[in-house]
Design a protein around this ligand. Sequence first.
Ligand SMILES: C[S@@+](CC[C@H](N)C(=O)[O-])C[C@H]1O[C@@H](n2cnc3c(N)ncnc32)[C@H](O)[C@@H]1O
Length: 445
Amino acid sequence: MSTEQEQETQPQAGVTRYVVRTLMGLEPQVVSELEEYGAVEVELGRRSAAFGATKTVLYRYLQSTRFAVRVLRPIFEFKAKGPDALHATAVQLDWGRWVDPRRSMALDVTVNSEDFPHDQFAMFRLKDALSDHFKSFARGGSVSHLDINRTNPEQLIHLHIAGDQVTISLDLIGKEALFKRGYRAPRARAPLNEVLTAGLLGLAGWRPGETLVDPMCGSGTFAIEAGLWTAGVPIHAGRREWTLFGMPSFDADLWRTVGEEARKERIERAPILASDWNKHPVGDARESVRKAGLEHLVRVEVADFLEMRPPRDTEPGLVVLNPPYGQRVHADDLEHLYGGIGGALKHRWSGWRAALLFPKDLDAQHRIGLKPRVKHTVMNGPLTCTWAVYDLFKGKRADYLAGDERAGHGVEGSAAEGAATDPGSEEGETVRFRRPRVQVPKDED
Ligand SMILES: C[S@@+](CC[C@H](N)C(=O)[O-])C[C@H]1O[C@@H](n2cnc3c(N)ncnc32)[C@H](O)[C@@H]1O
């Protein structure tokens, strides 16, 4: 982008446009978070949002964002019809202002254009243009060979083509996307993505201060994300290897000042409880809680959810469940497990809210037997999943809804239904749901 073009896209003094990438379903939370940090002219996109920010606002946002996966700085925008036209323009751009040819780099491409039938070819032509540029046009002498490193690049360049519109962006983060928070135990099996987890907490309406119970915690992602959120620490302030830090425009003093200004008040306690019936993930979760510096906020225990009662020493809040869904569990056992979960929620957890994550096409979901107040569709890796949120109440659903409406809390969504306990069921009474045949794993791996 020439200086003139850049000025056109920066209408406010000191404000630069950026693009944040996120996961499907989390876009509205990204927008609120951007606005909370002072971003301007925020525009919602598909798995993304564009925004304007001063350097201070950008640094605050980058140090603390929970819902962003990557943040990009668009550097060049132009039109090209086909790979050769792309090369012809790209070779003449002022790359030296943004890219250091002596540092390793990787290119990433997204194409939606009939002019560019092969994504990879468009990417190769851009790489050729970069290489030709630094051989012939570069200020301060030519560079004969670019260090392309796809696994561990110091600089990551994104090529985005829609029709004949080409946008080239520099990834401010680089190799380690923002879901890598640094607390994950290396042995953790099938953990949820950290960005997705924070987003799921937000979608279920959880906010710091509310009780959170994750009784099938695995490596503890829900509890740790909730703990970090409660602690209010700038979760990315300690990062050392972002592309941003090698950019000529990076202001190390400002970065440090922004980090120091972030919340200093130490929260001493939080009602966040995680448990699992398998002691191995419990060990991993405890290790991650320690790494994240959250031992004072998050408690982790060994317990079978189907035997568990709500904690008595806290207010009712949100129970989050990410149960196993198949690969290691037989279909019959899944039916029993999901039936057991529904029964336990219905009979023991009235007064709480619950949220369950399961694959959209999972047959066993019907065994839960509760009607969600609202359902969200999210991607858990390649798997389309439902995040179903339930209000667990005693008595008749009609009475609950009438009370809820009187209280001014309308029930959202077309799938809006609540969950009632059987009339007459009491705390401590014999629970009548069928116990699943899934056994507590012994000392498996
Ligand atoms: C898909 S994993 C949860 C992953 C977790 N959300 C994370 O990010 O690491 C499901 C977990 O449920 C646990 N589990 C299955 N049945 C259980 C039960 N009845 N009570 C407690 N935990 C159970 C398993 O041991 C497993 O760790």
